[in-house]
Ligand binder design. Structure first.
Ligand SMILES: [Zn+2]
Length: 430
């Protein structure tokens, strides 16, 4: 068995791994590195092609797979750093691309945006075969519906791919992590994310975010006129919390921005949420709405794109006076997201927050819990599945080696049964 580290082994982003047994290869994930593209959720990226994207390090370099017999692409979940490169790179493999319903829905839309055929995208609820590989989606909690740990069952042993996940005992949407199933796998190789492995804690449940937001929305002493919240568009559970909390205080929730509308529609199509919400994505309609709403903005609760301070997202456009709504003292912006730690986002957020402060807008930051496992969650999963070999992923060297520290605490040894790989490296499983 060979493992190909193709993307996400030197950065947080552009995840792509391949597993080779005999003459067959299965690819898991094909993601974008979003900060390299200086893009954000509201930007169209379909004008850029694979070669240009590879040159700027925004998509994985998969040239190691040239000439190989790729029998399928398995997608763990619908975040862009795991599926965003499918529409750019997958077509040449001419193989099935499998994902759970929400993931497949989003991939089809990305293919459509790029003018690519989605004929190879197959919705799979749970398991199936790709060549001689049996694959299974094992449900995990994360921050987007239908997230999975991918299991590959092969004649040379099993591979578990836990990239991304958290262990949430109380997910407001969807099922808990299927621990029973995981305990039954006994993998030869565990490929596991390292985004928050450096944090010495357990990641709190999404239920905590629900409580934080509900408490805030119901705080009678906190007065505000226009109420604007922003979060990850794909975090359907969080958006639903914002929608429900708005309704409970008698405000009409409105989703503003293309990506928010897209993910909510997909979640409705896949029966993940049932509430219909007023959704406005086009700029013209959005400006018209904001013009009308400014007369009575206390009737609404606006949920908008732009939590990272992206210059073209709705929040920045409102702040910059590019819409008919003008912020004033008494307005409040809730950030239900953390800043994704890279210099582009940090700079954008700094600029946005400074502008909001200059307009005397009240800001409530950090109404958020992470969707990524912390060190103690990783330890729990590791003990449950006890793999023969560990390969940390989804991080630069620093994060991957922090996984090495955890592995050594648990009796593994770096270089012997825990391997830190770099992009474009092929590893023969000993
Ligand atoms: Zn993710």
């Amino acid at each position: 068995m060979n493992i190909y580290a193709l993307g996400g082994y030197e950065e947080v982003g552009k995840n792509m791994t391949a597993v080779e047994v005999g003459d067959e290869v299965v690819i898991i994930d094909m993601g974008l590195r979003i900060d390299r593209m200086m893009i954000h959720e509201d930007t169209d990226v379909h004008s850029l092609q694979e070669q240009e994207l590879r040159k700027i390090g925004a998509v994985p370099d998969d040239r190691l797979l040239a000439g190989k017999k790729v029998v399928g692409i398995v997608l763990s979940h619908g975040h862009l750093d795991h599926i965003g490169a499918v529409s750019k790179m997958a077509i040449k493999y001419e193989c099935p691309i499998v994902g759970r319903p929400f993931t497949a829905n989003i991939v089809r839309q990305l293919m459509k945006d790029d003018g690519e055929s989605d004929k190879n995208v197959i919705t799979v609820e749970k398991e199936g075969y790709l060549g001689d590989f049996k694959f299974e989606f094992i449900n995990v909690t994360h921050s987007i519906p239908h997230s999975s740990i991918v299991a590959l069952y092969t004649r040379e042993g099993d591979v578990l791919y836990a990239n991304d996940y958290k262990l949430d005992p109380h997910p407001p949407i969807g099922e808990k992590t299927d621990f029973q199933k995981l305990k039954g796998v006994n993998p030869r190789v565990l490929i596991i994310e390292s985004v928050r492995v450096r944090e010495q804690k357990k990641t709190p449940s999404e239920r905590i975010a629900v409580m934080m937001l509900e408490d805030f929305f119901h705080d009678e002493n906190f007065e505000f006129d226009c109420l604007i919240s922003t979060t990850f568009s794909s975090h359907v559970s969080r958006v639903r919390t914002l929608v429900e909390a708005s309704r409970k205080i008698g405000r009409t929730p409105v989703l503003l921005g293309r990506s928010l509308c897209r993910y909510w529609s997909a979640a409705m199509e896949e029966n993940i949420v049932s509430q219909d919400v007023l959704r406005i994505s086009r700029r013209g309609a959005l400006n018209k709405f904001l013009k009308e709403a400014r007369e009575d903005h206390s009737a609404y609760s606006l949920i908008v794109t732009g939590h990272q301070g992206e210059p073209d997202a709705v929040l920045s456009r409102i702040t910059d006076g590019k819409t008919p709504y003008t912020f004033s003292t008494g307005d409040c912006v809730v950030f239900s997201a953390s800043t994704i730690p890279n210099p582009v986002n940090e700079a954008n957020r700094y600029i946005l927050e400074t502008k909001l402060m200059m307009k005397n807008v009240r800001m409530v930051k950090d109404m958020h819990v992470s969707g990524h496992a912390s060190k103690e969650d990783h330890r729990e999963l590791l003990r449950a599945v006890s793999p023969e070999f560990i390969i940390p992923s989804h991080g630069e060297f620093d994060r991957l080696s922090s996984w090495g520290v955890l592995g050594e605490e648990e009796g593994y040894q770096v270089g012997k049964d825990l391997f830190i790989l770099k992009n474009n490296q092929k590893m023969k499983v000993p």
